[in-house]
Design a protein around this ligand. Structure first.
Ligand code: DCP
Ligand code: MG
Ligand code: MG
Length: 596
């Protein structure tokens, strides 16, 4: 196999924010711009501005060492990640305007596959790059870029024009400068993005990929080669990229397994087939914080209250209603060392509501109720009759409901439930070998980890019956709808192909509409003196959101011609049966008693 041979069809951009946390602090306080600035978490300077870097202050340096290197260093506390998180998602949103194929990597990096966009722009313009377009630097030079005849030179240049546009837009809207790499794969885009930092961008000439990777000064420069992999490689006497290229492939496969072994071989030649995978919303939103040993329940409660306050802000920003909470506790026990335990339970959805403009809000008393739940979980996790020492506490929300198109829309009404049924364990990252509990747990909260698996049935056991959300499996309309294969695919808007749509994601829960209208649902029926057509299940009808009821009532008053499908179900798409038998396709049909 020739590892040097790779096609250059794709155009991938990697964008990294310059001195991220420190730059956010400079935006908050302009006077920091002229000073050496470091952002501190616990006793570590996690990053610094470029003035401080000139003094030798490096990322992840001990505060003590940083101050020794630069006595005039201004330190700001960066433990509250709210602003960083906000900027990070603002940038993600900006990039999403160009293409949905954006993959978020941590807080300050994104990969964007612009292949399609480039093709479209090249076709539309039918020209070479305009004089006025800036493409930034080319590594190693323009001549090398034009040495391949597959068309990659034009594609990459156009990609660079797009990258420049993206970076300008990010700067205009957030004030943050960024650096970018443009290449035919993710690995090279990330690597070449570092060539012109800060506030620069670089296109990599594909024919120079191997030379470029070989020139990297250490194995660790390659994303994917971490401390452990490097250790093993060194044991195998592989200490440089060139060694990796020249070693026997079988040796790598023996020591790392076939996938990783092959991958190491490929990346040593700058090859990377991995695709840019669109980042979805995280499966859990959590944070945790290490603390001095706590041995009183009241102290634990205080700490949980603080964590909950911060977590609620994150959930509100996220906009989805969580229906499960998990607590994480690190216990220190004599003779046993320290270990983490978790416990989770479902929470009432009534703790949250959606405002008229679709924003998530916390209902009155929600925090107090949540603290009660949290402490109930804590009491189950810790034997209070014995002395205890807690050195870390964490909270995470998971199992989200998503309302996509307004609080009272039919799509909202037929909400996603697949994740609720499939996902029983949250994926909060244990900081693991990463050093700073708070920041890192938050940064990578959607990654897999080894937290204790709490069985679904256990979580269900803990549900407070008085206020719990009913299971979607038990709602009759949900059953009818999924049987009838009526689809609400708000993502793709593709109603032509039922196979693409997600039956399992449909759900109906009368409690969902609690926040909006359930108390007045009955009224609409009584007040309007409506004759419900025979066969319609009144109970099901009254559990529908008011908007839906109104629209149905309207359609019963004035029988609609066949083509006059109520607007709220147009986007659901016709069922196959409805299309072939040419029956009236209205929501009405879905709750006729006879269909049960
Ligand atoms: N960060 C952190 N802990 C780590 C690594 C990073 O808290 N172990 C935070 C601080 C950084 C941010 O993540 O500001 C982004 O990390 P980068 O490695 O991209 O570093 P910077 O953006 O700060 O600097 P650069 O200009 O080199 O990209
Ligand atoms: Mg950065
Ligand atoms: Mg980064």
């Amino acid at each position: 196999m020739d590892f040097t041979d790779e096609c250059h069809e794709r155009v991938v951009i990697h964008i990294d924010i310059d001195y991220f946390y420190a730059q956010v602090e400079e935006i908050r306080c302009a006077e920091y711009r002229q000073k050496p600035l470091g952002v501190q978490q616990k006793n570590i300077v996690v990053t610094s501005n470029y003035i401080a870097r000139e003094y030798g202050v490096t990322k992840l340096m001990l505060v003590e060492d940083a101050l020794a290197a630069c006595p005039s260093l201004v330190l700001v506390n960066g433990e509250d990640l709210t602003n960083y998180r906000r900027m990070s998602s603002q940038i993600y949103d900006i990039l999403q305007r160009y293409t949905p194929t954006v993959e978020k990597l941590g807080f300050d990096e994104n990969f964007i596959d612009v292949t399609k966009l480039v093709e479209d722009e090249l076709r539309l313009n039918d020209t070479q790059i305009m004089e006025s377009d800036t493409i930034g630097s080319v590594h190693p030079d323009n001549k090398s870029l034009s040495m391949c005849y597959c068309g990659c030179a034009n594609r990459l240049k156009q990609g660079a024009v797009i990258a420049e546009r993206m970076r300008n837009e990010i700067f205009r809207e957030t004030g943050l400068t960024t650096s970018a790499g443009i290449a035919h794969n993710k690995l090279l885009a990330k690597l070449c993005g570092g060539i012109n930092k800060p506030n620069g961008q670089t296109v990599l000439a594909p024919v120079c990929a191997v030379t470029f990777v070989t020139s990297l000064e250490s194995l660790r420069k390659i994303p994917g080669i971490g401390e452990k992999t490097e250790e093993t490689l060194i044991k195998l006497k592989i200490t440089s990229i060139r060694d990796l290229q020249e070693c026997d492939k079988e040796l790598l496969i023996q020591n790392f397994g076939s996938d990783m072994g092959m991958r190491l071989k490929e990346i040593s030649y700058g090859r990377d087939k991995s695709i840019v995978k669109q980042t979805g919303k995280p499966k859990s939103i959590g944070l945790e914080d290490s603390c001095k040993p706590l041995s009183l329940r009241t102290d634990v409660e205080e700490k949980f209250k603080l964590l909950l306050c911060r977590l609620m802000n994150q959930v509100i920003e996220d906009g989805r209603v969580p229906i499960c909470i998990k607590i994480i506790v690190r216990k220190q026990e004599k003779g046993k060392g320290s270990h983490r335990e978790t416990k989770q339970m479902n929470i009432p959805t009534s703790l949250f509501k959606l405002s008229r403009n679709g924003h998530l809000e916390v209902t009155i008393g929600a925090n107090e109720k949540l603290i009660k739940i949290i402490m109930r979980l804590f009491d189950r996790l810790v034997d209070l009759s014995q002395s205890f020492n807690i050195t870390l506490l964490g909270l995470a929300f998971s199992k989200f409901q998503e309302r996509k198109t307004g609080a009272s829309s039919i799509a909202n009404f037929l909400m996603k439930k697949a994740n609720v049924e499939v996902q029983s364990v949250t994926n909060l990252c244990c900081a693991g070998d990463l050093s700073m509990d708070t920041s890192l747990a938050e940064t990578v909260s959607d990654m897999d980890c080894d937290t204790e698996a709490v069985a679904d049935n256990e979580a269900e056991d803990l549900v407070e019956n008085s206020d719990a959300e009913p299971s979607p499996k038990k709602t009759c309309l949900g059953v009818i709808i999924s049987k009838r294969r009526c689809f609400a695919d708000t993502d793709s808007n593709d109603t032509s192909s039922p196979s693409k749509l997600r039956v399992a994601e449909l759900r109906l829960s009368s409690r969902e509409s609690d926040t909006e209208s359930s108390s007045s649902n009955q009224l609409i029926l009584d007040d309007s003196n409506v004759n419900i057509p025979p066969g319609v299940d009144k109970a099901v009808f009254t559990s529908l959101p008011i908007e839906v009821q109104k629209e149905l009532i309207e359609s019963w008053r004035t029988p609609a011609p066949q083509s006059n499908v109520p607007t709220f179900i147009k986007h659901l798409g016709p069922t196959k049966a409805a299309l072939t038998k040419n029956k009236q396709n209205t929501l009405h049909r879905y709750f006729l008693k006879s269909h049960k």
